[in-house]
Write a protein that binds this ligand. Structure first.
Ligand SMILES: [Fe+2]
Length: 214
């Protein structure tokens, strides 16, 4: 399930930091096409293409930044009161627009149990986030740097829900469930609050007051 969460929009200081991170990301992306150490998503994409050559794959990058962490802790720390929470910017890119819209294959995230994402740029008019039924995952899916173990093909999974997420809304979901993003035209920018270790059922209970119930 995708849960809407009631959290404030980032303050201006945080937005300025995010803009700096995104600007650097775009410069790196568009003017310097070499593979850099921190650009893990791009390395991974090239490795994944060996396994999934039928797809125009989305590149994923995660930026962890001290200033961002500090400002987000100031603004959001009181909501969580836990050292289990971290903050990052996640960018999804269609590196090959000439091949059509790109696809972030169903995957489980490594090293985190759940996230609350704020969508800052959609990456297209019809970008779809899909969640799949929980299946048991071998431990190495989430802990080891091994490809393509954390990925799966959609035809091997059962879809639970699909949604076109809205800009400026916070969404909570279990990153231990397979999830995918399809139909990406351009850059998708996300401020992501990460739960490193807490089980999803416990998160739901603990932060029930933040859930927006329809
Ligand atoms: Fe993910």
């Amino acid at each position: 399930m995708l849960y809407n969460i009631d959290l404030p929009y980032p303050n201006q200081v945080t937005i300025d930091i995010i803009n700096r991170i995104v600007k650097n990301h775009k410069e790196e992306h568009f003017t310097n096409d070499t593979i850099k150490n921190r650009n893990l998503g791009k390395n991974r994409k090239y490795e994944l293409e060996k396994y999934y050559s039928n797809y125009n794959l989305t590149s994923v990058n995660c930026y962890i930044d001290d200033e961002l962490s500090l400002e987000c802790s100031k603004q959001y720390g009181d909501f969580f009161k836990s050292s289990d929470v971290g903050y990052s910017i996640v960018t999804l890119d269609n590196y090959s627009p000439h091949k059509g819209n790109s696809y972030l294959l169903p995957h489980v995230d490594r090293g985190r149990t759940a996230s609350i994402n704020l969508l800052l740029e959609c990456g297209g008019d019809n970008v779809i986030t899909t969640l799949y039924e929980q299946i048991s995952i071998p431990e190495h899916y989430t802990t080891r740097e091994e490809l393509p173990a954390q990925y799966a093909l959609p035809e091997n999974l059962t879809e639970v829900c699909s949604s076109r997420l809205n800009l400026s809304e916070w969404t909570l979901f279990s990153t231990r469930n397979f999830h995918s993003v399809s139909n990406l035209e351009s850059s998708r920018i996300i401020l992501s609050i990460t739960f490193w270790t807490e089980e999803f059922s416990s998160i739901l209970k603990k932060y029930d007051s933040l859930l927006i119930k329809n």
